[in-house]
Design a protein around this ligand. Sequence first.
Ligand SMILES: C[S@@+](CC[C@H](N)C(=O)[O-])C[C@H]1O[C@@H](n2cnc3c(N)ncnc32)[C@H](O)[C@@H]1O
Length: 305
Amino acid sequence: MYRSWGWAFTGPIGMPGGDEIHRDARMGPVTEQTPKPDAGTGIDTTVPHSARVWNYWLGGKDNYAVDREVGDAWMAVYPEIVVKARESRAFLRRVVRFLVAEAGIRQFLDVGTGLPTADNTHQVAQRIAPDTRVVYVDNDPLVLAHARALLVGTPEGETRYLHADVRHVDDLVRGAEEILDFTEPIAILMFGLLGHVKDTAEARALVGRILAPMPSGSYLAIADGTPTERSRAAEAEQVKKTGDIPYLNREPEEIASFFDGLEWVDPGFGSVSLWRPEQPPHDVSVITSAPPQHVDEYGGLARKP
Ligand SMILES: C[S@@+](CC[C@H](N)C(=O)[O-])C[C@H]1O[C@@H](n2cnc3c(N)ncnc32)[C@H](O)[C@@H]1O
């Protein structure tokens, strides 16, 4: 039976083991069967998907011709999109490292996970603290199909994948509670997600509802695109073709409003590339290296009081 959400322990379609049901005692009970590539997968290779287009911009291989076509069309009008995507991932790495190494966080809820890439949340976190627990959430069937690749964590920690829609907060929280301890602080990550929720009030309400059951000392990190002349031109092209834009870029103050009621971690909210940029190594060759440049991807990290 195919369920709309549940823990998934599956292999990528078309890869060895991808059409079996996998059980791993360490991971708990299997509640999801692997979708078949030819029926009931929900994977539509004729329609571009956010996770796959993003994967293309990140230099990944888990995308189809239709995703590359959209990705190329955006890049033609708005070339900065690739730098934005990569800077957003670099921001995620710095945020996770800060949370584990400096804030002592050992639990993550990464909503809108995307396809596995280099340095997924659990890898960054468990390198520092192997006992870190990570729950990934996404509603894309292809991300579900790659869940097994995401699930390889340390034996001391745990890594789980929840196939769920951020709009179904009760299901999401119930699923997360099976692995995360809601009496201990949790870091919620929403990177490149909230632009999929086009109504700002709804997006703000979803963030509030997910944060509500988390204890004091929990954190929220968000990264989202902001509009520029060129991004608007790319969106206009997309609207002409499909009648819709795949992702809503918001003004910085709208994105900042998702953090209402929380305490900023320095340096607060801004372009993600400028958030605690990594110190260059002490090497003569880097003396001339350029300082980090502003990108139109904005975000921040804040603590629940
Ligand atoms: C732009 S990608 C970002 C991926 C990753 N967070 C990153 O920063 O690299 C957006 C992700 O959000 C997921 N997504 C979109 N709408 C969603 C929803 N309603 N519920 C859960 N996930 C969603 C997409 O499937 C996709 O994987």
